[in-house]
Write a protein that binds this ligand. Sequence first.
Ligand SMILES: [Zn+2]
Length: 289
Amino acid sequence: MKFFFGIIVCVLEIVHWRSIEATEKLEWPYVKPRYKKNTVQSPIDVPTALAKYLVLEPIEFHNFMSTDNEPVIVENTGYYLEVKLDPETKSKNKPWVTGGPLFKDKYLFQQLHFHWGRHNECGSENYLDKNCFSMEVHIVFYKKEYKSYDNAIKYPDGLAVVGFFGQESLFENHDFDELINIIPNIIPSEKETKGSFQNEFKFLKGLFQQKMYYAFPGSLTTPDYEQCVTWILYKHPFPISSTQIHAFHQLHAKEGGHLINQNDRKIQKFMKRPLIQPFINGRPKMIND
Ligand SMILES: [Zn+2]
């Protein structure tokens, strides 16, 4: 009798385990449904205790560390400091990301930009457990199969935004030297200058080694707030000194005066959206194709 009971329990366990796996595969991030209007808006205060663990492949960052000095444009848009690709960039050398909650889909690099605040206590757009950080960098990618950024934002899985927080520190972070040295050349609004992958992406090298992130569906933080983003927010902030943050404060805004990103959108409701963190399955990878 005990034996049969044991078998029944065992069978029930297997059925239960299978059903959990099957249900998970019907949910985000395996499928990226179109969420109802205003239900997955960004930015948010991430409630990290609610993050569900998921076994995921490591995230792969391709072509950010080009060795042949590919050009980039560094621009003060009047709203942000933005780094984008030079139109001359050879398509085979364009950076892209895959893996993690993006699975096998390829997302091509569109631009990266920084957020900072009037005070260094709070300049990030997103928060972690009510903690605001001094800065936040967003690396914006669009899904390759949608051909362009403008087309991709029409789809719930159109964009991937990889975010890193920056926290004011006592010491300078020399990974930012090259990018910060270029800032004096783009002080006026809408001024741009040429840079290179090697210099302007150098600070990413250390950041891409991180393993711990939170991923969730969300939106653009600028109008029309399209719900088209898979957000990947890394947990540990990079250090950056107050002098280095001050360099960003020198940039002029479109409407005159200094650019301080006061256009940042306020925190949106979490609304019980799915939230995951990865079970680490191998190291993050940086690859030059
Ligand atoms: Zn942003």
